[in-house]
Write a protein that binds this ligand. Structure first.
Ligand SMILES: CC(=O)SCCNC(=O)CCNC(=O)[C@H](O)C(C)(C)COP(=O)(O)OP(=O)(O)OC[C@H]1O[C@@H](n2cnc3c(N)ncnc32)[C@H](O)[C@@H]1OP(=O)(O)O
Ligand SMILES: O=C([O-])CC(=O)C(=O)O
Length: 387
């Protein structure tokens, strides 16, 4: 008789970074790299950016439909009434050093807002809609307060006669922004609002899947967004521009030549250059043309051709060397710079926008929840015993 050896266990299939893995359905948005399109609840994001306020898009993401006249009137009234920075959040921010990274300030503020919320323990859809709307309304005040305290300036109270974008700029800079700037800011908020199962949204869904609460999920999502491979890239893009050197009034061609040389050197050193590449889009990010048009409008408005030179110099050199295209963070960074935001405030601006997408996903996750808990393959030492 021949003894048969048990077959060695088949090596498990590993999906590092979950690349290419579909983990669930979502009706919030559709990212289609084949057609290079992005739909929020069925609407092309370019149409929403051109024709809708960010308030309307927030409502769409939460409710699945654009708001009717009465719904929008009620929603904007409650949003405007909820814009002031709550006193306890201000006190906690004041305890943090002015040098704290604004992403840490934003993460802490959301945590405080959660701990103080009257519906903290309630995970019903109605309670979560209320919590999402309150966060949406209050977060701009966190960003504005932090930017102003970094500069040693007094707080500017919100204005109920301004829309979301105009009021955000008002609270940050203490003066009314011109319509061109308000429009570009609104476009950036709409484009940043939602992008299916990106790392921060997935983080929010993992936290939600344990039946934790909305503020915990958003706090965790902020942690995921902070990294430069995700939202932190918009800040990193500006550091690249700063490293190359922003020389006001330099002719665009000269700035482009310097940027091209910088990129060739960075790629020769095998550096990853933030603001380029994407896990899903391999042929360009669907949102970039719209955001680039908004950046162009700001370059024209502020008369800053050297920024265009730096932008196109890096883009061309990356395209020629590696065929890798910019993602949304690439045009968004210099747009926020031209508007006057400190570089470290850029990713908190992304938070303000993505609160809408995250909270839509949190509510969707709860509607048909299953604990998110994948498997791992062990490759440590064989079983052994303490001597
Ligand atoms: C809104 C957003 O969050 S969009 C993303 C923002 N993040 C960034 O801009 C960070 C810079 N980009 C990157 O790190 C990547 O492109 C990611 C993380 C976004 C996606 O990466 P992945 O799909 O995992 O691709 P991966 O990192 O494996 O790159 C594939 C190849 O392209 C190269 N590559 C990708 N992006 C870049 C880049 N920005 N700079 C230089 N090379 C790059 C990689 O080095 C790799 O080359 P190799 O095959 O010779 O090793
Ligand atoms: O989808 C991603 O992986 C990252 C991204 O572009 C986003 O979150 O907007």
């Amino acid at each position: 008789m021949t003894s048969t050896q048990p077959a060695p266990p088949a090596a498990p299939e590993i999906h590092k970074g979950l690349a290419g893995v579909t983990v669930d359905y979502t009706s919030v948005s559709k990212v289609n790299p084949e057609t290079n399109s992005l739909l929020y609840r069925g609407y092309p994001v370019q149409e929403l950016a051109a024709r809708c306020s960010f308030e309307e898009v927030a409502w769409l993401l939460w409710h699945g439909e654009l708001p009717g006249g009465q719904e929008l009137a009620e929603f904007t009234a409650s949003e405007r009434a909820g814009r002031a920075l709550p006193g306890n959040v201000r006190q906690v921010i004041d305890l943090l050093p002015r040098t704290s990274h604004p992403m840490d300030v934003g993460r802490t503020a959301v945590s405080v807002l959660g701990a103080g919320h009257p519906l903290a323990g309630d995970n019903s859809r109605q309670a979560n809609l209320e919590k999402a709307a309150a966060l949406f309304a209050a977060f701009p005040a966190v960003v504005a307060y932090d930017q102003r305290r970094r500069r040693g300036l007094d707080v500017v109270e919100p204005r109920e006669d301004l829309g979301y974008a105009a009021n955000f700029l008002w609270m940050t800079f203490g003066e009314e922004a011109p319509p061109e700037v308000v429009e570009a800011f609104n476009i950036s908020m709409v484009l940043y609002a939602e992008h299916s199962f990106n790392a921060s949204t997935f983080t929010a869904r993992v936290i939600t899947s344990t039946l934790s609460d909305l503020h915990s999920a958003v706090t965790g999502a902020i942690g995921a967004l902070k990294g430069p491979l995700h939202g932190g890239a918009n800040e990193a893009v500006m550091h690249t521009f700063e490293e190359i050197g922003i020389r006001k009034d330099e002719p665009a061609e000269d700035a482009a030549a310097r940027a091209k040389a910088w990129m060739e050197d960075a790629l020769a050193q095998k550096k990853k250059v933030m603001g380029f590449g994407h896990r899903v889009y391999k042929n360009g990010d669907s949102r970039v043309p719209t955001m680039k048009a908004a950046l162009d409008a700001m370059i024209r408005y502020y008369g800053r051709d050297e920024i265009l030179g730096l932008y196109s110099g890096l883009e061309t050199a990356m395209e020629e060397a590696k065929g890798i295209k910019p993602n949304l963070d690439y045009p968004a960074g210099p747009t926020y710079h031209l508007m006057g935001f400190d570089t470290e405030m850029f990713t908190p601006l992304f938070i303000a926008a993505r609160i809408t997408g995250w909270t839509a996903h949190i509510m969707e996750q709860l509607e048909s929840n299953s604990l998110i808990r994948p498997l791992s393959a062990y490759n440590g030492p064989e079983e052994r015993h303490v001597p």
